[in-house]
Write a protein that binds this ligand. Structure first.
Ligand SMILES: C[S@@+](CC[C@H](N)C(=O)[O-])C[C@H]1O[C@@H](n2cnc3c(N)ncnc32)[C@H](O)[C@@H]1O
Length: 220
């Protein structure tokens, strides 16, 4: 499946971490573009989570989603490659006095947690920013059998084709991180190839043409 230039290109995670560190303080203050769509995603995600669940999140950014979902579960380990994003997330958790969320600099592939540690995993706006087969293998390893992986991902192939052309150029000058282009069926294929079955596939955006796909997948 890796027949697209942007996917063959290797991700330089140290360079990406630097990019996201620089962006973090601004990212933290940017308003959510589609509040109603975001609320739909939170609501639908909560339907799959149980109060007893131990949850792993990757690419958590400044922790907004983890902090909103924490009251619905037993514990969330929320991770990101960016030390700055994690520092902001910890400040927010402290300010909100939430004690069942832990923020760590980590990735699914590098996480030191034992196999089958988690009931559910979350990945929002992140699968297009990682080498997704490696990330999905990591998530699969961390989940208990039957555990759920809940994600929402922009499918760049469904967006303006200029994005696919512009990103490699921007990346050359450090103005963009690694970005992979794929469509919804390619993403679903990646999940099934790594041992998941698709449980739900939806779009939550307020615009009729939402390129971000909400997927719930179960570890087989
Ligand atoms: C677009 S933001 C999404 C943040 C949050 N999940 C959200 O929905 O607002 C992408 C996040 O992924 C992180 N990230 C980028 N590459 C990563 C990687 N290879 N592994 C883990 N996190 C990564 C960035 O630091 C950033 O915080």
């Amino acid at each position: 499946m890796a027949d697209y230039a942007s996917e063959i290109e290797m991700q330089d995670t140290a360079k990406d971490a630097k990019f996201w560190n620089k962006t973090a303080r601004k990212y933290a203050t940017d308003p959510v573009a589609d509040v109603a769509g975001y609320e739909r995603t939170l609501e639908q995600t909560r339907r799959y989570l149980k109060a007893s669940d131990s949850v792993f999140e990757f690419g958590c950014g400044t922790g907004t989603t983890a902090l909103k979902l924490a009251p619905s579960v037993a514990h969330i380990l929320a991770t990101d490659i960016s030390t700055e994003m994690i520092a902001i997330a910890r400040e927010k958790a402290h300010a909100e006095n939430l004690v069942n969320v832990t923020f760590e600099v980590s990735t699914p592939a590098a996480a030191p947690q034992p196999d089958v540690s988690f009931d559910a995993a979350l990945g929002f706006n992140i699968l297009h920013l990682v080498q997704r087969d490696a990330a999905l293998r990591g998530v699969h390893r961390l989940l208990k059998p039957g555990g759920l992986f809940i994600s929402k991902t922009p499918c760049l192939k469904e967006m303006n084709p200029m994005i696919g052309l512009a990103v490699p150029l921007m990346r050359m000058v450090g103005a963009a991180p690694y970005v992979a282009t794929f469509n919804a069926s390619e993403l679903k294929h990646s999940l099934t190839a790594q041992g998941f079955e698709i449980v739900e596939c939806d779009r939550h955006g307020s615009n009729t043409k939402d390129p971000r796909i909400f997927l719930v997948a179960r570890k087989l």
